[in-house]
Design a binder for this molecule. Structure first.
Ligand SMILES: Cc1cc2nc3c(=O)[nH]c(=O)nc-3n(C[C@H](O)[C@H](O)[C@H](O)COP(=O)(O)OP(=O)(O)OC[C@H]3O[C@@H](n4cnc5c(N)ncnc54)[C@H](O)[C@@H]3O)c2cc1C
Length: 387
């Protein structure tokens, strides 16, 4: 087998990213503005057409066959070129679950549209009263004539308003432990009985939703694995979700932009003391980020080797989310007073500097979403010291 020329690969990715990623999408990303399905799916389609739709999937399912280092180079270089990260719910969360637990029919039905960007997924795990304590979920699924009839409510469902499908944990039975009797279903969001309602958050962006399910009929063919196997499958997926924090490339790029903001907004000798103090804090974040990058590399190598991930996703998730918050705090300190005075909660503003405030607000949620950092610390402690 011939050795891989990583420098040549890096240049190949850079040339492709600069040529193929549409300028309007790269401008939106560079300005720290929010992107949605339209931008994400255009970019995914371009990657797919080039054969790069799924860097981390096995080749037989349409993956690239890249090794861990190539995957990291791809993430780093595309972020440097201001391309969006690939949309996570299908590619990084559900895709690996389908590959591991899905039937042949499910793989053939659901993997191709994830690859092309044609079908959009969201995650229906959390409910009122079942966030950190996810196993307390109450959404009911009752078998009736080859279909599950699902009734309940999901909360904080990111991108549900843009999605076609929701992978969902439901309660289809009862057992000795509350983790028993949970099942994973794939629910089309245009089914009768589904209502999606917007939750407007403090950043002003429409990101999360409530999803109400009232007697929604879901074919048994849309169940992943066995009835009652949902807790095991749901946790497998959550590990991949938290591992998403291993993608430190977008955060590295955000840090670079913040460094440029500090330099440009605080020029000359008059600002030197303040500028240097902020640069020192950014340097600390950068050093920690370098550690996260290495940890991420190891975690991805662990998955590639088929080894258990243990506490790695929780360490990555807890640490990266705090670094992200600290960087956006620095940006807010520089830009805050001016931009905050222009801040409104009406959406994707085109006013200079407002994006720094919106991102600061959005990143407050990073230590909560995907499982709060307190819960990650519990997972880490259990792994190290036993329960
Ligand atoms: C922006 C955003 C996007 C999200 N997207 C999705 C999504 O797409 N799909 C989805 O299913 N969910 C999503 N979530 C939900 C997210 O997973 C939950 O908010 C999270 O798991 C916390 O649950 P909770 O909000 O019910 O808070 P609670 O569980 O009520 O926690 C409240 C507080 O108590 C602390 N706490 C709770 N239990 C413990 C414990 N045992 N030990 C120590 N401290 C504890 C928590 O850390 C937190 O500070 C999203 C959330 C946000 C904010």
């Amino acid at each position: 087998m011939s050795a891989i020329d990583y420098d040549a690969f890096r240049e190949e990715v850079r040339a492709f990213a600069l040529r193929a990623c549409p300028a309007d999408i790269r401008e939106t990303v560079a300005a720290n503005r929010k992107i949605g399905r339209a931008e994400w799916s255009r970019w995914q389609r371009i990657l797919y057409d080039h054969g790069w739709g799924a860097p981390s999937w096995p080749v037989e399912h349409g993956g690239t066959g890249w090794d861990v280092r190539q995957r990291f180079i791809f993430d780093e270089v595309t972020a440097e070129c201001e391309c969006p990260p690939q949309y996570h719910h299908g590619l990084r969360h559900l895709g690996p679950v389908l590959i591991e637990y899905g039937s042949q029919e499910q793989k053939e039905r659901f993997l191709p549209p994830i690859l092309t960007g044609g079908q959009w997924w969201c995650q229906g795990y959390s409910e009122p009263g079942a966030g950190s304590d996810l196993a307390a979920l109450k959404t009911r699924a009752v078998l009736d004539d080859g279909e599950y009839v699902v009734t309940g409510q999901k909360l904080w469902t990111s991108h549900a308003h843009e999605a076609d499908m929701m992978y969902t944990l439901v309660r289809s039975g009862d057992g000795a432990r509350k983790q028993d009797g949970i099942t994973m279903l794939l629910i089309p969001l245009d089914s009768a009985g589904v209502t999606v309602r917007e939750v407007r958050t403090i950043d002003g962006w429409h990101h999360v939703n409530e999803v109400f399910l009232e007697d929604v009929r879901v074919p048994v063919a849309n169940r992943i694995g066995q009835d009652g196997q949902g807790w095991e499958i749901g946790k497998f997926l959550l590990d991949r979700e938290r591992l998403g924090s291993a993608n430190t490339a977008p955060l590295t790029q955000y840090l670079r932009r913040t460094r440029a903001l500090v330099r440009d907004a605080l020029p000359g000798r008059d600002n030197e003391v303040r500028r240097r103090a902020l640069e020192m804090r950014l340097a600390q974040c950068e050093a920690e980020l370098a550690g996260q990058r290495e940890l991420g590399r190891r975690a991805v190598a662990t998955v590639a080797a088929g080894q258990p991930l243990r506490l790695q996703p929780s360490v990555l998730k807890a640490a990266s989310s705090r670094i992200q918050q600290r960087v956006s705090e620095i940006a807010l300190e520089v830009q805050g007073a001016v931009a905050a005075s222009r801040y409104s909660t009406t959406g994707n503003e085109a006013v200079d500097g407002v994006e720094w405030v919106q991102n600061y607000m959005f990143h407050r949620a990073r230590t909560i979403l995907g499982g709060s950092n307190e819960v990650q610390k519990n997972v880490i402690a259990r792994d190290l010291f036993g329960s």
